[in-house]
Structure formats: C-alpha cells, structure tokens
Design a protein around this ligand. Structure first.
Ligand code: SF4
Ligand code: SF4
Length: 341
C-alpha cells in the first residue's frame, strides 16, 4: 500500500524535492507545462488569438509521449492541456492517460463537447477547467456562438460527477458586471472558479478592461474568497494585482516556472503571451535543462504585462506563505490521490 502511494506521489513530491535541490544551487527548472493540443476551435471568442491561427500537422500519440517523457525528465510535475478546443482531438483520452501516469494533469475546455465525453476523459484528469464568462447572454456573445453557455453548463454538471471542476473566467470589458454572478453560479453548482484579467493579444480584439474600473471588483473578489466563495485564485493573486496596478509595487515574473509547448511540439518562450522564441526543434530534441539555464530571463522579471493566473500564481508562490502551500501543493496532492482511488 505504501509502495502504491509513493508510486502515485513520485511525479509531484519526488520531482518537487529534486527541483528544490537544483534550484537551491541557482539552477532554473520548469515545474509546470502548458501544452496546446491544437489551435482549431469550435467557438470564436472575441479576445482569443488562437482560433484565428491555422493548425499545421499535429503531434501523433507517440510524439506526445516523447514530449511528456522529456518534460518529466526536466522536472515538470504539473501538465495542463489546452487549445484551441482539446475535445476536438479524437485521441484525447489516450493522451490524457499517458499524461496521468507522469503528471498531475488538468485540461481547459469550452465545454461544448464535454457532456458526452466527461466520464471517459475525467478518469485521467486531476482537475478540469470549463470556460464561463458570465450570464448566458454575455457568455454567448463573448464566445461568438449561440448556446455555448447551455452546452458548457450541461458539461459541467456531468463532469463534476467524476472530477474536481472549476470555471475559468476571463474578465473583459464585456463581462465586468457579471463576474460576481459567475462566482455565485460556481457556488450553486458546487465547483470552483478561476478568474483572470484579459490581456490584449495583437492578433485578437482588444477587450482588456480599464484598470481604474477594476479596483473595486478585485477587492470584492478577494473579500468573497476570504468569506469562503469557491475562488481558486490565491488571495495573494488579487493583492499582487492591486499592489502593482494601483500602488506601483511590481511583481517579479518567473516565466521559467512554466514551459509552453505549441501544437507542433515546439517550445514557446519566454511565455505564450510574448511568444518571442519558438525554435523549429521539437521539445524532445532539445536539452530543456540547458536551454532553461542559458536563456536570458532577466528582461522578463520586470515585465508585468499580463495578469494571467497560470504565470502570476507560480511567480508569487512562496513556501513561506502557508495558505498558498496548503492550497497549491497539499490540495493538488489530495486531488491526485483522490483521482486514483
Ligand atoms: S473557446 Fe478558448 S480556444 Fe476557443 S476561441 Fe474561445 S478562448 Fe479561444
Ligand atoms: S508578465 Fe510578461 S513575461 Fe510574465 S507571463 Fe506575462 S507577458 Fe510573459
């Protein structure tokens, strides 16, 4: 039994300890991987650049496995799949199964195709994120396709029978007034909600809200979290945005904590927002540890351009903040164990 539990924990605890030892000697290593399985999507969100890109040939299952093996040996413990819409891949279950053997595994979907596949994908997931932007009318308008909201909610109701689920909500100029509604809806459905503020990509519609108008909302969300609302973001996430946007106290971005892989298996650096370097080589043809420790990350530490929680949260994580350790590390391990038994 102990052997089984240790075998399950190795991807998270074992690599975390090894990484901690390496980083103490000044080395940088990624511990999260974000992989876009494809750019194609069945929705047309205003703020999204990805559905506007054409997919080249996608990775085969064998190549996905090669990619996962090289990420695991570089120290990655957490794998997040996204797109485009990942459920458009017919081999998604096979990919997730392989990921779940190696990593704490999560997936982001728009939920349209979720209902019919919730049970088959959930057995290989530790956490599922479904995008919800607001009330039905707001959501459908922002997602660009009628009935997106209804499909997503149906999918959530089915998926939460099998796996922990959270809504993923991006604050834009269109839905600022709906954010508290979304938090209440998550509470009603018995799931979590992760919130982030839209970033303007050069190839998408500009929808970032005016920061002056966000001040009260950010403080209200932090208060809702403290009062027990199921907000997945740490309260430090809201503190960091308020401090940096309104009081001029910057946060140090650590984009090296996350390695991004595009649908063709190439590493995108320094982060998928800036997308400044995507060499032609596949991730398994590269020595990730060497690349990570020769790349010049310094200019990006003071970037502060985006507030995407997938970068900001790992950047502000500290072992000295008990609430973050408990939510991020122990919570993840508990989910991981629960998903196995
Ligand atoms: S559902 Fe996601 S990938 Fe698809 S268009 Fe919207 S934001 Fe982009
Ligand atoms: S703050 Fe800058 S470097 Fe950091 S993830 Fe955002 S865009 Fe990238």
């Amino acid at each position: 039994m102990i052997d089984n539990i240790m075998a399950i924990l190795e991807p998270v605890i074992g690599r975390t300890i090894k990484r901690k030892i390496s980083t103490m000697s000044g080395k940088k290593l990624p511990f999260i991987a974000g992989h876009k399985l494809l750019y194609t999507c069945n929705l047309r969100c205003d703020m999204c650049p990805f559905w506007r890109r054409k997919d080249e040939k996608l990775l085969s299952l064998e190549e996905e496995i090669k990619m996962m093996d090289s990420l695991a040996s570089a120290g990655v413990s957490f794998m997040g799949f996204e797109g485009g819409e990942p459920l458009l891949r017919n081999d998604l279950e096979d990919i997730l199964k392989e990921s779940h053997k190696r990593f704490h595994t999560s997936l982001v979907t728009n939920g349209w195709l979720l209902k019919g596949r919730a049970s088959s994908i959930s057995r290989y997931l530790d956490y599922l994120f479904v995008s919800i932007d607001g009330r039905k009318e707001t959501h459908d308008k922002q997602r660009g396709v009628p009935s997106s909201f209804d499909h997503a909610i149906e999918g959530i109701k089915e998926a939460k029978k099998y796996v922990p689920v959270a809504m993923s909500t991006t604050i834009t100029t269109n839905n600022m007034d709906d954010i508290k509604y979304v938090v209440n809806l998550a509470e009603e459905l018995g799931i979590g909600v992760n919130i982030q503020v839209s970033y303007d990509y050069s190839t998408a519609d500009k929808l970032s809200p005016d920061r002056k108008k966000l001040y009260d909302l950010l403080l209200d969300l932090k208060k809702m979290k403290e009062d027990g609302a199921p907000i997945v973001n740490s309260k430090e996430y809201f503190d960091t945005l308020v401090n940096s946007w309104y009081y001029g106290i910057p946060w140090a971005c650590k984009p090296w904590s996350t390695v991004n892989i595009d649908p063709q298996g190439r590493i995108v650096m320094p982060c998928y927002v800036l997308n400044e370097y995507a060499g032609e080589k596949k991730v398994w043809e590269i020595d990730i540890k060497e690349l990570w420790n020769t790349y010049d990350w310094k200019p990006y530490e003071s970037c502060n351009k985006c507030s995407l929680s997938c970068y900001l949260e790992p950047s502000i994580f500290s072992w000295r903040k008990p609430s973050m350790v408990s939510e991020r590390i122990f919570g993840s391990i508990a989910d991981y164990i629960a998903s196995i038994f």
